[in-house]
Design a protein around this ligand. Sequence first.
Ligand SMILES: Nc1ncnc2c1ncn2[C@@H]1O[C@H](COP(=O)(O)OP(=O)(O)O)[C@@H](O)[C@H]1O
Ligand SMILES: [Mg+2]
Length: 352
Amino acid sequence: MTVSLTIQSISAHYGKTAVLQDLSLSVAAGELVSLLGSSGCGKTTTLRLVAGFLQPTSGSIKLGDRDLTTLPAHARDIGLVFQNYALFPHLTVLENVAFGLKQRGIATQERRQKAAAMLERVGLSGLGDRLPSALSGGQKQRVALARALVIEPPLLMFDEPLSNLDAKLRVDMRVEIRQLQRANGTTSLYVTHDQEEAFSISDRVAIMNAGRIMQLDTPEVLYRKPANAFVARFVGFENLLPLQVVARDGALVTAEGAGGAKITLSQDDFGPVPDDFILGCRADGLSVRHEGNGLPATLGMRTYLGRAYQYQCATPSGDLVANGALSEPLAAGSAATLVPVPEQCCILNPQR
Ligand SMILES: Nc1ncnc2c1ncn2[C@@H]1O[C@H](COP(=O)(O)OP(=O)(O)O)[C@@H](O)[C@H]1O
Ligand SMILES: [Mg+2]
């Protein structure tokens, strides 16, 4: 049975300090959603609330139509996988995996069968009699995964499960986790501070900052259409230029930055432009030209990227990074125009 997870307006405090403020989030049945953000932004706290290790000061948490908010942790039926594995050191691998089944009163024979089958699925058949101390980090994390999956929980939660593994294993394991999660169709909430990991493993990603979700979308939308300057910076937009509209003429909008850089954009190309906005893009969203309708700039250092040249550019409203064609390298000190490429640029609302 697959069910959805609905977190509705939860707030959380440690003592008097607010850690989460009015956070809402839904994970659809069978979906994998990641919480992505820097250390201290409240990812683990969100998982602890859902797991029942911490009580919210307001709001509710539902799994399907079951209200979890006041249920004790052991009654919530959630599979958990942590960074530090949290295996029982005195139990064998098989006993570790069978542990949750024993708690649920499943008979010895069936327990052993199910645990052995799950160990096979995570690629550990033959290691059931070992103690955790005789396993590598990757093997331990597979045991933790098997232990979480074997109880067939309606919800799986992962807290930085790959952070203790080396780079190559991290990539292999995230593919395996994704395949198992898809095959079982288990609704999952996954925490990481690693953007590549979040984007590669998730159906949708919630980018968090200081206890709030800044944007929740598919990786493709987050990467191409960040909703605000925070997310834009997070996904690698080098250029964030605050501008103010000074004239409108039909679809044409002329805007000026502090310091006096001026540009005219067509709303037919860029969509609606509010009076105050931030023009955001990566270097490949600003094209270095001899002339054209764009921002006047003086070129600085040029870097060869293979597919283009990249230029440091000085404008009256601040420094930008832009790409230019390989066919016409321009010298440092040249005057040029930086033309925004509509599909690669975002008109961001500075208030959000
Ligand atoms: N037990 C605790 N007591 C007090 N403050 C805590 C506790 N646990 C976490 N915090 C604080 O709450 C904030 C969010 O922590 P956490 O959810 O662990 O962040 P993340 O998992 O995103 O790194 C941080 O500022 C952290 O210092
Ligand atoms: Mg954490």
